[in-house]
Design a protein around this ligand. Structure first.
Ligand SMILES: Nc1ncnc2c1ncn2[C@@H]1O[C@H](COP(=O)(O)OP(=O)(O)OP(=O)(O)O)[C@@H](O)[C@H]1O
Length: 576
């Protein structure tokens, strides 16, 4: 099973690996000839007075060929390992781009980074070292036993039994290493994710938790890792050392001397034969050490392969056949149920509403009521549990993802910017955009003057995740991006969250321009910006409790009346 998984994952470089293994086997065959020749030369020197020149030249030629094959095998397997590392990383990154966003968050950035960096790297050692090790571990014993059986089948048989016994004992001693590998990987992933969280949440940590507690998750992960390693050392360390001692020439030589003496009682064994056995079998036992390394490599990489395959087996966002392409931009949720987790309460429960083309729908509701979930489902970051979402009368599951995305502009709460220039961030994902178009979009988002005040203007780099800009500036760049995209559907999540009173007024004006002739869904806490909405959807605990425009809801919905009163009171309180 493990072997088939290994050969499966190595299939992109199978040809290079076959060549490497072939060269390694050849080198092992040559090594055996070298041993036999060496014994022959020593015995020849003892028997005749002539200098064994031809044999020595032959020995030299074969030795050079042996090293050439060995080096070439090593080179081939290392080239293959680098190639496979590249291919697997490309495959995994491309896979991630096709996964539902929810799945990516569930797996976690730490675990994901571990698979793409560490696990793929782990495979590198396997691919680079396994072919020569495999050749040594399998072909050398075969060649050696063939030679030993030809020399003396009885002593060869006894040697075989002894070797197999050691081999079985070694397998038994190493039986626990499999479990520790999984625990080890889990502990490393935990350190990675707690470290990523620690660095990303540094500002929050410093503000709220300057004491010991801020390190606690990272520390717990480190302690957990130490515990796993110590337990592993206790459990496997002694066994590994014992197995290594057994697989050294000394026990084999002791055995051969004893077996040779016993056998001599029943039939005569020439000292020449025993000499052959001592050299070949002692060499044999040494070449079995690679078997142990191979076993470890297989075990280590097996867990890594399983984790790579686990990600590759995750379900992609699938566009169902037949493909459909919307002709208008109305949106309709029909009896939509959705839960992030099977065990959890539904985040949306029988949600139905329609947003006609070029109208403005606002979603309000308490925190956690399911507002963002509506946008997540519409963008197919997750798929509905039941019910359906239509866009222009097409079920969004039938609309190819790239088409669906090309219809929607989004301004999120957390506006993600890439570590490139301002111009590149505004035009992100768009081809053939002129500088003039970028600047026009920035003007509409009222951020052009600020950009022009920067030393490198539109070529200013914004830093990792846009950290060189303020929250409001990042938001304006995202709005400029939405202006430039000019897509028929606009999804806004908390668009005024970064603004003061003056800024809010200018943002409302900007949004009014941006929203013109578009189908708009806006999530809002500030009711002032949604009074003019064509429709307000009031969510509570995943259910729609009221639906209509502001005036209708004020007349008909006690819950909305209360919400409006609370908002006004809060507003007045702020004014005072
Ligand atoms: N990734 C997630 N995994 C599990 N549960 C989630 C996830 N995201 C949201 N939830 C849960 O789903 C419910 C709805 O969340 P949602 O983010 O849609 O609410 P919201 O109304 O947008 O809240 P807020 O106004 O605070 O942003 C909440 O109970 C929340 O805890």
């Amino acid at each position: 099973m493990a072997i088939s998984q290994h050969s499966d994952i190595c299939s992109p470089v199978a040809k290079q690996l076959r060549l490497a293994t072939g060269l390694a086997i050849l080198s092992q065959g040559l090594k055996l000839i070298i041993w036999v020749l060496m014994v022959k030369i020593v015995l020849l020197a003892e028997q005749t007075k002539e200098f064994p020149l031809i044999q020595i030249i032959l020995l030299l030629v074969i030795s050079i060929s042996y090293y050439t094959c060995k080096i070439k095998a090593h080179d081939q397997s290392h080239y293959a390992a680098f190639e496979l590392e590249k291919i697997l990383r490309q495959r995994l990154v491309s896979k991630i781009s096709q996964l539902p966003l929810g799945k990516i968050r569930q797996i976690g950035s730490g675990a994901m980074a571990k698979v793409i960096c560490d696990d793929v790297h782990e495979l590198h050692s396997f691919v680079a070292d396994a072919p020569p090790l495999r050749a040594e571990a399998y072909s050398t014993p075969l060649f050696v036993f063939l030679a030993l059986f030809l020399i003396d089948w009885q002593l060869a048989f006894a040697t075989l039994i002894f070797t197999v016994s050691i081999f079985v004992l070694m397998k038994w001693l190493l039986r626990h290493s499999k479990l520790s590998r999984n625990e080890y990987a889990k502990a490393v992933a935990n350190i990675n994710s707690s470290l990523i969280e620690y660095v990303q949440g540094m500002s929050t940590i410093r503000t709220f938790d300057a004491g010991e507690g801020s390190y606690s998750r990272f520390n717990t992960a480190l302690n957990e890792f130490n515990k796993v390693m110590l337990a592993w050392l206790k459990r496997v360390g002694l066994a590994t050392r014992l197995a290594r001692s057994l697989f050294s020439p000394l026990p084999m030589m002791l055995f051969l001397v004893v077996a040779g003496v016993i056998l001599q009682k029943y039939h005569s064994i020439a000292s020449e034969t025993l000499f052959f056995f001592l050299v070949l079998a002692a060499g044999l036992i040494e070449t079995m050490l690679p078997y142990m390394s191979l076993f470890h490599l297989l075990e280590k990489s097996r867990a890594a392969i399983e984790r790579i395959y686990q990600i590759e087996a995750e379900h992609n966002i699938v566009t169902q056949q037949p493909y459909q392409f919307p002709t208008d931009y109305s949106i309709s949720f029909q009896q939509v149920d959705f839960g992030y987790d099977k065990q959890q309460k539904l985040a949306l429960n029988e949600v139905s509403f329609t947003v006609p083309t070029n109208t403005f729908t606002a979603i309000v509701g308490e925190s956690g009521s399911g507002k963002s979930t509506i946008i997540n489902l519409l963008l197919r970051f997750w798929d509905t549990t039941s019910g359906q979402i239509l866009l222009g009368n097409c079920n969004i599951r039938h609309i190819p993802t790239e088409n669906l995305m090309s219809l929607c502009s989004v301004v999120f709460q957390d506006n993600f910017l890439f570590s490139c220039t301002i111009a590149e961030n505004i035009s992100y994902g768009l081809n053939d955009v002129s500088q003039e178009q970028i600047e026009n979009a920035a003007k509409k988002a009222q951020i052009h003057d600020f950009i022009m005040s920067l030393p490198e203007k539109y070529n200013t780099k914004v830093g990792e995740r846009g950290q060189l800009l303020s929250g409001g500036q990042k938001q304006r760049l995202t709005i400029a991006r939405a202006f430039l995209q000019d897509r028929p559907i606009l999804l806004l999540d908390e668009p005024t969250s970064f603004s003061d009173a003056k800024n809010e007024a200018s943002l409302v004006e900007i949004f009014q321009t941006l929203m013109k002739n578009k189908t708009v869904i806006m999530i809002a806490h500030r009711l002032s910006s949604i009074v003019k909405a064509d429709q307000i959807i009031y969510l509570s605990q995943g259910k729609i409790i009221a639906k209509g425009n502001h005036n209708d809801l004020l007349k008909e919905s006690p819950a909305y009346q209360q919400l409006w009163m609370d908002y006004q009171q809060a507003h007045q309180w702020k004014m005072r």
